[in-house]
Ligand binder design. Sequence first.
Ligand code: 5GP
Length: 189
Amino acid sequence: MKALKERILRDGKCFEGGILKVDNFINHQMDPILMKSMAVEFVRRFASTKINKVLTIEASGIAPAIMVGYLLELPVVFAKKKKPSTMENMLTTTVYSFTKDRNYDVCVSGDYLCPGDKVLFIDDFLANGNAAKGIIDLVNKAGAELVGMGFLIEKSFQHGGEQLRSMGVHVESLAIIESLDDCKIVLKE
Ligand code: 5GP
């Protein structure tokens, strides 16, 4: 998606270890106009997919997911990274965080992720695909069906996208970064 790619080149910053910082428009300050355009693009790319629920993971996935849910007029559920003591019918999985280098539990209530749901997952980044695989586990535990995964930014040099696609998941990424070597952002055409 042209507008996102241009913004990444303009405002994205590279950090050691293959991390891209997009705090200026996605992860800290947010650009709602760009966020809306990205959601419109997801709606276009998943137009032929039957969806009844949008799922994301807190915190950075919530903004794009709510925009997609708003456009599709569908409920949006976010998986939580801390287990609330009050959550009923809890489904959990463990995810390894590449940016924080540690495992964390992710949970969602089976009251909101239900058998038969056709789930579109939306998140900000796809790197090694650990968060995405955790989500697949939660969707399976709920007896729901994953119909697609949409990411604002995929870092193809970390191969999560390759793995998900080879598992047969319909993955759409709005910008694909091929390399961050030498702190230079190289985008896929
Ligand atoms: P994965 O589980 O695919 O390895 O990583 C996905 C998660 O890690 C995303 O939800 C995102 O929050 C975070 N992440 C991975 N790579 C980056 C990055 O380069 N920049 C930022 N800001 N977050 C990242």
